[in-house]
Design a protein around this ligand. Structure first.
Ligand code: GLY
Length: 346
C-alpha cells in the first residue's frame, strides 16, 4: 500500500493498494460517526457496492445508497437535482458525508453535489477506474456538463480522503484502461520521462498511480484553483475536448487526450518549440500503451470547437507543450494566433 498526502487546504491522504474498498467504513469511522450517502452508478454498484456496504455495516455506520445511470449523460443538472432530493429525503446534514464510488462521472457529479448541498457536506472519493485514480478523484475538481460543453459548471472541493483500490482495476474493460493510460502518458510526458518505461508493466500499477499522483499533487498544491502551474495537467486536453465534442463524446476522454497530445506536439515540433525526438518518444509510448493517438478530424475544426472550452481566457489561450519528453512549458497565445497563425497549423 502506498500513501500520499495532498497538502491543499484542507490537506488529505490518498491511499493506493489492494483491498482498500473493504476499509472504507473503518476509515470513515475514524472521522466520526457520520451518516454516509453512498453514490455509485449501476456498474460500479453491481461490482463493488456489496464490499463498500459491508464495510459501512461492519463499522456500524448508518448509510443510504443512490444508484445513478452509468455514462457521461449522468453529469447533468437533472441527475444532480435527483441527487440533491435523495440527500434531502435521507436527511443528510453538514456533518454527514457523500461517498463517491465509481469513475470520473460519479466522482465529478457526487463531488459537485457534496460541494453545493447545504453549501457543503463531507466528501470521500472511492475511485474504481484508472482515470479516476490517477486524475479525477484527486485535486478537488467537481462538475456537471452543459449542452455547450463538458464541466462547464463546477466547484473546487477537496475530498476528506481518497481510497484507490487497485483490485477494482482487474474488472476494468480495456477501453476504460486505455482512457486512464492516456492520462498516465500525459504525466510521463510533462514531468516524469522514466514513468513511460513502466506503463505497460501490470505488476507496477500501484507505483504507476503513485507517480502520476505525485505530479498531480505538485500541481494542485501549488495552484489549487488552476490559474497557473496546474494548467500543465491540461497537456493535450484543449484539443481533446474539441475532439470529444466533435464526436459527440463517442471518442472516450483518454483516447481524445492521446490524440490531443500527439496533435499538439506535432504542431509545436513544426513551429520549433519541441524537438522531433520528443514527438518520436511520445508516439512510441502511445503505441506501446495501445492508444489510438491519430484523429481523423481536421485540425481547424478541432480548434474551432475547442475554443468554446472554459480554458479560454477572453481572447487568450494557454497552450501546454513539451520542451522535451518529460518536461512541459506553458505559452499564452491570442486566440487568433492559435487559430489562424501559420505557426499553429500543420
Ligand atoms: N484534470 C486536470 C486537473 O485536475 O487539473
Amino acid at each position: 500500500m502506498k500513501l500520499l498526502q495532498i497538502n491543499t487546504h484542507p490537506a488529505y491522504p490518498v491511499k493506493i493498494g489492494s483491498g482498500l474498498l473493504d476499509t472504507a467504513g473503518s476509515e470513515i469511522k475514524k472521522t466520526g460517526s457520520r451518516k454516509v450517502a453512498l453514490i455509485a452508478d449501476e456498474n460500479t454498484f453491481g461490482l463493488f457496492g456489496n464490499r463498500v456496504v459491508a464495510s459501512l455495516e461492519n463499522a456500524g455506520l448508518s448509510y443510504c445508497v443512490k444508484v445513478i445511470a452509468a455514462g457521461e449523460n449522468s453529469k447533468s443538472h437533472e441527475t444532480l437535482v435527483d441527487v440533491y432530493d435523495f440527500l434531502f429525503e435521507n436527511r443528510i446534514t453538514r456533518s454527514d458525508l457523500v461517498a463517491a464510488l465509481g469513475g470520473g462521472v460519479v466522482g465529478d457529479l457526487a463531488g459537485f453535489a457534496a460541494a453545493t448541498y447545504l453549501r457543503g457536506v463531507g466528501l470521500i472519493q472511492l475511485p474504481t477506474t484508472l482515470l479516476a485514480m490517477t486524475d479525477s478523484s484527486v485535486g478537488g475538481k467537481t462538475a456537471i456538463n452543459l449542452r455547450g460543453g463538458k464541466n462547464q459548471v463546477g466547484a473546487f472541493y477537496q475530498p476528506e480522503f481518497v481510497l484507490c483500490d487497485t483490485d477494482a482495476l482487474t474488472s476494468l474493460p480495456l477501453a476504460e484502461w486505455h482512457c486512464g493510460m492516456g492520462e498516465c502518458v500525459k504525466y510521463a510526458a510533462i514531468m516524469d520521462a522514466s514513468l513511460a518505461d513502466i506503463l505497460t508493466d501490470n505488476a507496477k500499477t500501484e507505483e504507476i498511480i503513485y507517480r502520476c499522483l505525485k505530479i498531480k499533487a505538485y500541481a494542485v498544491e501549488n495552484d489549487t484553483f488552476d490559474k497557473g502551474v496546474r494548467q500543465m495537467l491540461n497537456f493535450g486536453h484543449t484539443l481533446a475536448h474539441g475532439i470529444e465534442k466533435l464526436s459527440d463524446y463517442a471518442v472516450p476522454h483518454g483516447t481524445a487526450v492521446a490524440q490531443g497530445m500527439y496533435l499538439m506536439t506535432a504542431l509545436t515540433v513544426k513551429n520549433g518549440l519541441t524537438p522531433q525526438s520528443a514527438l518520436q518518444k511520445l508516439e512510441l509510448v502511445l503505441q506501446k500503451c495501445g492508444l489510438d493517438y491519430r484523429t481523423s478530424y481536421p485540425l481547424a475544426e478541432i480548434k474551432r470547437v475547442a475554443l468554446s472550452d472554459k480554458k479560454r481566457k477572453g481572447d487568450k489561450i494557454t497552450v501546454v507543450y513539451l520542451e522535451d519528453f518529460g518536461r512541459y512549458s506553458l505559452k499564452e497565445l491570442s486566440v487568433t494566433e492559435f487559430t489562424e497563425g501559420g505557426a499553429w497549423t500543420l
